[in-house]
Design a protein around this ligand. Sequence first.
Ligand code: URA
Length: 182
Amino acid sequence: MFETWEELEESIKDCNKCKLCKTRQNIVFGVGNKNANIMFIGEGPGADEDKQGEPFVGKAGKLMNMAFQAVGLRREDVYIANIVKCRPPANRNPEEDEAQSCLNYLRNQVMLLKPKIIVLLGSVALKNILGKEYGITASRGKWVEKKDIKYMPTWHPAALLRDETKKIDFINDLKLVLKENN
Ligand code: URA
C-alpha cells in the first residue's frame, strides 16, 4: 500500500498486471476531490474515458452529472473511480482476473481517501466490493455498513440510458447519500 496519492499514481503508470493493458489507450486512475466524504465506484472505462483518461466523461457520465446537478451535488465535491482502470474491449464486463488484479489499486485509493460513503454504481461494483451474494435490484437504495464505511448501491448510470424509469431511483438514492453526509 502506498502512503501518498503521488506514489500510488506513479505505481500504476505502466501497469501490465492484466490483459487489458494490451488494448488500452489511457489508464483511468480516478478523479475528484481527495478530501471528499463521498466516493463513487463504477465498473470500468468506456471508449470516451479510455481516450480522455478520466472516468465518466461519456454519455453515462453526462447523465450522472445531470443527476448530480438535480440534487445539488458537484462532481468536484466527490471522488470517482472504477473497479478496473483500463477499458475492457467492446465494453464487456471486466473478467474476474482483471478485477482481482486491479482491486488493490482501488483499495489503496479508499485507504488514502477515507470516504464516509461509497456509492456503488451497478452490479459489477456491488459484487466486487460487497460480495457476489449481492444483487443490484434487491440492494439498491439500501445502506450497507462495513468497517466504518456506509455503502449505497444504486443503478449504473448506463442503465438509466436504457431504462428511463430508473432515473427517479437514481435521484432518490443520491438524495439519501446527501442526507447521510449532512
Ligand atoms: N462506465 C463506468 O463504469 N465507468 C466509467 O468511467 C464510464 C462508464
